[in-house]
Design a protein. Structure first.
Length: 267
């Protein structure tokens, strides 16, 4: 099984630790080998394709969540958020002590998430547990950022301006995709003309803003459609489509099947 081809892989943001062996990959069209002791990030800006793995290759998921996890860090210090979302270098090499710390964080998160799953009704305990999970995930990301920055080549800037704009766009998109799906809206927020903005995003990510908007909208729609207790009409409403017919047309245009067909296959 290719871990990097999991369902909704473009949407989620995760931190992982290789604990054994190695895996040869193609990352954003460039070869990269993940080896024992590497902590690595998977994000909407990092496209990983597995090429070959050793028989003993093993990794653990520290956490896997939506990119909003990173938002509080980026809002406090955007440069740190930008470093975490590196497109050209998405990993850092950890010492044994740092690996132990990441595994401790993983165990803490697993414990908190198990506790959360046992809380059946909304309550203050549920709110506190969810907050604790979010803060623990952010703590893991800051630890990753600390290690990453220690190893970063301060002289290598690359396409920093384009990358900065791309990261800002991704955060804005995840915050507003259910209300705003027009390229002009995001271009205006970032003070660019739609055409110039499209060129920047295409250069930074090999995808146009329109493609990103469709990807995020469809993946979120699929996530909602897989829930048994939400109707197609409610999904359309949550995503701010004017009516179910418009949502159906949009979904089929980008997936080739209707929302009803998708829901029947996945619930």
């Amino acid at each position: 099984m290719n871990f990097f081809d999991d369902i909704d892989n473009d949407l989620y943001f995760g931190l992982y630790l290789c604990t054994r062996g190695k895996c040869e990959t193609i990352v954003n069209d460039k070869p990269c080998v993940i080896t024992e002791g590497m902590a690595f990030i998977k994000s909407p800006l990092v496209h990983i394709k597995e090429f070959r793995r050793s028989a003993d290759f093993k990794f653990v998921t520290i956490f896997n969540d939506e990119i909003e996890t990173l938002a509080p860090i980026a809002e406090t210090n955007f440069d740190i958020g930008q470093d975490i979302l590196q497109q050209n270098k998405f990993y850092c090499k950890c010492t044994p002590e740092e690996q132990t710390l990441f595994l401790f964080i993983k165990n803490s998160l697993d414990k908190h998430k198990n506790n959360l799953s046992s809380i059946k009704k909304p309550s203050k305990l549920q709110e506190v547990t969810m907050r604790l999970i979010a803060l623990t995930e952010q703590s893991a990301l800051l630890e990753y950022a600390r290690i990453f920055l220690q190893q970063q080549d301060s002289g290598h800037k690359g396409n920093e301006k384009e990358r900065s704009i791309m990261v800002k766009f991704i955060f804005l998109l995840f915050k507003n995709y259910n209300c705003h799906r027009e390229v002009r809206y995001y271009a205006n927020l970032l003070n660019f003309s739609p055409n110039h903005f499209t060129r920047i995003i295409k250069k930074a990510s090999n995808r146009t803003p329109s493609e990103w908007i469709a990807i995020i909208t469809i993946i979120q729609a699929k996530k909602l459609l897989r829930q048994n207790n939400i109707s197609i009409k409610e999904v359309a409403q949550k995503l701010s489509f004017p009516e179910q017919f418009t949502f159906r047309k949009y979904f089929k245009q980008h997936t080739g099947i209707s929302p009803k067909e998708y829901k029947m296959r996945h619930t």
